[in-house]
Ligand binder design. Structure first.
Ligand code: UDP
Length: 332
């Protein structure tokens, strides 16, 4: 493996939540992150650690020009639509943006000879499995168009690997939470639908109450269980994935989760210990497309990549999110 110094990495979605944190750690590791983002869900203000190239995944001419300008050693592909609720109502939007957009990007990368690809996939590709430990060999049966679109891209990467020598590291994220502890970047979605930031909005009085989506799941307290992983730990794994590829290793899939599951009610309880403020809640219907339980049962990333999550306990994640939530925001 050669030095990272001065090497460009094309970061699609670098103006978004996870992508902006990835740019921060790439820059700290000596790479130059080039953000490629259409700013539909991302923020110009969040691009702080390298050049910004506005553009859409479906714009092949624009992608070719950016690959030609920077000759990146790799692509980190974060840009995607990622809301389960919306995906249930508008599946076509997810297939078009995520799948067609990724195809255009992968074809541009291959044409430019950029054959190292780090891909953000999701535990939503696994779908509902009763009492099964979710590791990377668990069969994938997504329950919504978001998960299905990500699985399709995973398949695409395998095909382009077989035919064009594209090597990939695919990360299947569990629930990403928290924010940069330095407060330079953080989570800022408009509209916001994710549990922890919505809950913190309620704590701040910006929303009247948090709706708990379903209290009749087959879980100890009836609410959904998720595995929360700190965004800084998550993006650290991406730098390790890049080094994995840059040292010539073969394509590989890794789960990224903490291995611990928390129900919606447990997340709410932890909030009180961080903020010392109450969360008003109302019990609502199940959200279509949600699985009862998604918890990673894999230590492959620790064993093979040498990943060691440092901040992924729930209190630290809510605490970092709370600090950002009170102080941080972006303008386009
Ligand atoms: N959730 C909830 N109320 C909300 C937002 C989310 O009860 O306002 C639940 C949701 O049903 C899921 C969990 O919180 O069980 C995490 O949802 P989120 O949207 O944060 O992430 P996802 O699991 O969809 O990736």
């Amino acid at each position: 493996m050669t030095s990272a110094k001065g090497k460009h990495v094309l970061v699609t979605g670098g103006a978004g939540y996870i992508g902006s944190h990835a740019c921060k750690v790439l820059s700290a590791a000596g790479y130059i992150p080039v953000t490629y983002d259409n700013l539909v869900t991302g923020w110009r203000d969040a691009v702080k650690f390298g050049p910004f190239e506005p553009g859409d995944l479906l714009d092949r001419d624009r992608l070719d020009a950016v690959f030609s300008t920077y000759a990146p050693i790799a692509v980190m592909h974060f840009a995607a639509l990622s809301q389960v609720g919306e995906a249930m109502h508008k599946p076509g939007k997810y297939w078009h943006n995520n799948v067609c957009g990724s195809l255009c990007l992968i074809e541009a990368a291959v044409a430019a000879g950029c054959l190292q690809f780090v891909f953000s996939s999701t535990c939503a590709t696994y779908g509902e499995h009763d009492n099964v430990v979710l590791d990377e060999d668990t069969p994938q049966s997504p329950t919504n168009a978001y998960g299905a679109s990500k699985r399709a891209i995973e398949d695409m990467l395998v095909n382009f690997g077989d035919s064009h020598g594209l090597r990939h590291v695919t990360f299947r994220y569990f629930n990403v939470a928290g924010a940069d502890p330095d407060g330079e970047v953080g989570e800022f979605h408009r509209p916001e639908t994710h549990l922890i930031p919505v809950m913190l909005d309620v704590v701040q009085g910006k929303r009247p109450a948090l709706t708990i989506y379903g209290t009749d799941y087959d879980t100890p307290d009836g609410t959904c269980i998720r595995d929360y992983v700190h965004v800084m730990d998550l993006v650290d794994a991406h730098v390790l994935g890049l080094k994995w590829l840059d040292s010539g290793k073969k394509s590989r899939v890794f789960n990224l989760g903490s291995g611990h599951g928390f129900s919606v009610r447990e997340v709410i309880q932890h909030s009180g210990t961080v903020t010392n403020l109450p969360v008003a809640t109302v019990e609502g219907a199940r959200r279509p497309g949600d699985c009862s339980k998604l918890v990673s049962g894999s230590v492959r990333a620790e064993k093979e990549l040498g990943w060691s999550p440092k901040r992924s306990d729930l209190k630290a994640m809510i605490s970092d999110a709370w600090r950002w939530h009170q102080n941080g925001h972006y303008e386009r």
